[in-house]
Write a protein that binds this ligand. Structure first.
Ligand SMILES: NC(=O)c1ccc[n+]([C@@H]2O[C@H](COP(=O)([O-])OP(=O)(O)OC[C@H]3O[C@@H](n4cnc5c(N)ncnc54)[C@H](OP(=O)(O)O)[C@@H]3O)[C@@H](O)[C@H]2O)c1
Length: 229
């Protein structure tokens, strides 16, 4: 698995950069995507300064998507549909697309503590509708904030992965579990992404009121639920 590159669309931004940093620290091969190849390379260089021997590069978004079959989408909801339409020709059949997008009302000038209604049910389901069925979509990482990802310490948060394809879910859980502190759980079908996305708005409310970095832990399940088969 170490040789499978992870392409992060919007990876020069807060969430994508944090994930890129964590996967670079875990020894994974990472491609940072940006609308601007130079910005992507700058972000990759920044990670190289923090992580000795990091296997990381920067590319324009479509080139990054074409260079990997594990694509992580970290862009704001307001550009979600347009970006996916633009990337669609570059995404290879059989690829996994991991959607981290939260359709926050802030995207349209509203509050970050509220979500928008998405016709398909969630941003991740919108992604699945926009992409060919040969691309398997998972929803994940909605509750792991960029502030925590950018630190060096373990992340006190579980990652819940939703996908209609169990093999996709397993792969994404394996990559999530490479982040120290993260337990990666199977959150069931992609339709549950709606719930994941809404919980983020609640966590943002906690973080604002209590001046912290709220995360989430799922408790009370048998050990097997926290272990990836
Ligand atoms: N930040 C968090 O803690 C966090 C936590 C969980 C989930 N998320 C989700 O992750 C996604 C990214 O959040 P973020 O905080 O990382 O956002 P961000 O830093 O504001 O943006 C991420 C990247 O998106 C690209 N982008 C911005 N505006 C664009 C536009 N008009 N057209 C095309 N690309 C554009 C930019 O990349 P280039 O300019 O390099 O192309 C930018 O670096 C969101 O959907 C958010 O809900 C964030």
């Amino acid at each position: 698995m170490a040789a499978r590159p992870i392409a992060i669309i919007g990876g020069a931004g807060a969430e994508g950069f944090g994930l890129a940093l964590r996967w670079a620290l875990a020894g994974e091969t990472v491609i940072i995507g940006s609308r601007d190849a130079a910005r992507a390379q700058q972000a990759a260089d920044k990670i190289k300064q923090r992580v000795a021997n990091a296997n990381i590069s920067g590319m324009e978004n479509s080139a990054a998507a074409a260079a990997s079959d594990l694509i992580v989408l970290t862009i704001p909801f307001e550009v979600h549909a347009a970006t996916l339409k633009q990337l669609k020709p570059a995404i290879r059949p059989g690829s996994i697309l991991v959607d981290t997008t939260v359709p926050l009302a802030a995207s349209v000038g509203g509050r970050a503590t509220r979500t928008l209604g998405v016709w398909q049910g969630s941003a991740a389901q919108q992604a699945a509708e926009l992409l060919p069925k040969e691309v398997s979509v998972a929803a994940a990482f909605h509750h792991v904030g960029s502030d925590l990802l950018m630190t060096d310490g373990p992340v006190d948060c579980d990652v819940i992965v939703c996908s209609d394809d169990p093999a996709t879910s397993k792969t994404v859980r394996q990559f999530a579990a490479k982040i120290p502190g993260v337990r990666a759980l199977d959150g069931g079908k992609l339709e549950n992404a709606r719930i994941l996305e809404q919980i983020t708005a609640l966590l943002i409310g906690f973080s604002i009121r209590e001046k912290g970095h709220a995360g989430i832990r799922i408790t009370g399940l048998p050990e097997a639920a926290y272990n990836i088969p």
